[in-house]
Design a protein around this ligand. Structure first.
Ligand code: ADP
Ligand code: ASP
Ligand code: MG
Length: 470
């Protein structure tokens, strides 16, 4: 297919040092050289986002020395990359990187003085990683003889609500992006957008949630009506399981938007859970591609599912660090209003429920939440219900899910899942199947999740290729 416009996203590993950045710029340059307009969207250098979160926490707890040491190390890393990419010490890029670190240092000092780290200040701080890597990509593209210009997410037109840490684009975003990036593209300049962030209408910096650069890229892809969005990664594509856990995990050639969303929601770190939502509305395909092997097709994500004979399940994935919240109280839970008030309380706190189950005897309701949300969940429920109910947290749980559109209407899939788990001596704490029939999920002991993932992967033969069928 002859493309006219592509959005290319480069992840943390693809931006980790000068060599990786130069390689990434080369991948964009290949398409630009072939006459394609490209918008480049970049993540922070690998590890920088976590480092920023750590140093913000250090400042809040009063350890300004530790925070400053980390900032100094980060500055050296960015300066070294700029230098390796050919920037002179008095160049614009070096000056910009110095200024960004100075602003970061001041923001961190503010946190230290106030001993207060609000979601809003955390967003400002954590987004420095992408703001710092964007100029490096510009430098690398210029090094390949191209014209490039970098922008923050807000400057590129991404406008969001004020839900700091997990912001969502506002409808006006799309037109604004067309305005801001259209001119650059028209003038033959490659825009380099710092991923992961947006801006409220008042101009406060927001972030789109961890892994949010994928989401930035698809928002821009939708706005510009790109032919495709390419997410370059350090893996071959979306795999049948996390390749760090399952050695024979295999690349999946085609996935539907729905399948990818389920996978991401159930913990596959490879894409942001909302990344495909803008594309879904406009039918733009997403390709997950390997930067190490650019001619390998990777994974194509599109509207239609592509079911493979003998592979009703396409992938197995897991969410770690989960807690079950068990609510018990014979009789009381039979009253519909009581159960409704439990869900109300959780919704008010904006807590994501991973799984829910209610026993038919109506004496027990179990909720699976991220362990990080367990304290808030317990508090919200205890505020809501009377003393007749007993509410307890069971930590150390994981949710394992199998995903695949081919499961729909297929008998025996659940039996095979439970059989594989039983054979691996894994005790199932809770079961749920979404009404979309795109997934079946089970809560199990966290300590058993890696071995269980391997057992399930083997039971569904996910490491072996299968013949494709309609
Ligand atoms: P990026 O910075 O490029 O977005 P991430 O580290 O966020 O990269 O995501 C890619 C990583 O996701 C891979 O290195 C891999 O370890 C992990 N991963 C987990 N599950 C899967 C899966 N099913 N397919 C591919 N990668 C996965
Ligand atoms: N750097 C951010 C993160 O680590 C965003 C991203 O990489 O997509 O979450
Ligand atoms: Mg990511």
């Amino acid at each position: 297919m002859a493309y006219s416009l592509l959005v290319m996203k480069f992840g943390g590993t693809n931006m980790q040092d000068a060599q990786a950045i130069r390689h990434s710029a080369g991948l964009a340059a290949r398409s630009i050289g072939a006459g394609v307009k490209v918008v480049v969207v970049v993540s922070a250098m690998a590890g920088v986002t976590n480092q920023l979160l750590r140093l913000a926490d250090a400042a809040q707890s009063g350890d300004i020395a530790a925070a400053n040491d980390e900032i100094a190390a980060m500055r050296t890393r960015h300066f070294t990359a700029a230098q390796d990419l050919g920037a002179a010490p008095d160049s614009e890029t070096v000056r910009e990187i110095r200024e960004l670190h100075e602003t970061l240092r001041q923001a961190i000092y503010g946190v230290y003085l106030l001993r207060e780290l609000t979601p809003r200040s955390r967003d400002l701080i954590v987004a420095f990683g992408e703001r710092l890597s964007a100029p490096l990509m510009t430098l690398a593209l210029e090094g390949q003889g191209l014209r490039a210009h970098h922008l923050t997410g807000g400057q590129a037109g991404i406008t969001t609500d004020a839900h700091f840490g997990n912001a969502r684009p506002l409808p006006g975003t799309y037109e604004r992006i067309r305005d801001r990036l259209g001119g650059l593209l028209g003038a033959g300049v490659t825009p380099v957008v710092a991923g992961f962030m947006g801006e409220t209408e008042e101009g406060a910096l927001t972030t789109l949630g961890r892994g949010g650069t994928d989401f930035s890229a698809t928002i821009i892809g939708k706005a510009l009506g790109a032919d495709e969005v390419w997410a370059w990664k350090d893996v071959d594509g979306v795999m049948s399981a996390d390749p760090r856990v399952v050695k024979d995990a295999r690349n999946i050639e085609v996935l539907s938007y729905g399948e990818v969303m389920e996978l991401a929601y159930f913990g596959a770190k490879v894409l942001h859970p909302l990344a495909v939502t803008p594309l879904r509305e406009s039918g733009i395909p997403l390709r997950v591609k390997s930067a190490a092997d650019p001619d390998f097709p990777g994974t194509l994500v599109q509207e239609a599912a592509h079911n493979e004979v003998g592979h009703p399940v396409k992938a197995v994935t897991a969410i770690r660090r989960v807690s079950l919240i068990n609510v018990t109280g014979a009789g009381v839970l039979g009253v519909p209003e009581v159960v409704a008030s439990l869900f109300d309380a959780i919704a008010r706190e904006n807590i994501t429920l991973l799984m829910v189950s209610q026993s038919s005897s109506m004496s027990n309701v179990s909720l699976a939440v991220q362990s990080a949300d367990a304290g808030r969940t317990l508090a919200a429920l205890r505020r809501t219900v009377t003393g007749e109910l007993n509410i307890e947290e069971q930590p150390g749980v994981a949710v394992l899910a199998i995903v695949g559109a081919g499961m729909r209407g297929q008998k025996g899939v659940a039996a095979r899942l439970f059989g594989a788990l039983a054979q691996d001596d894994v005790n199932i704490l809770m079961i749920s199947q979404g009404s979309s029939e795109l997934n079946i999920s089970v809560a199990i002991e966290d300590a058993q999740v890696e071995s269980a993932t391997r057992a399930v992967h083997a039971a569904f033969h996910l490491g072996e290729p299968a013949a494709a069928a309609d």
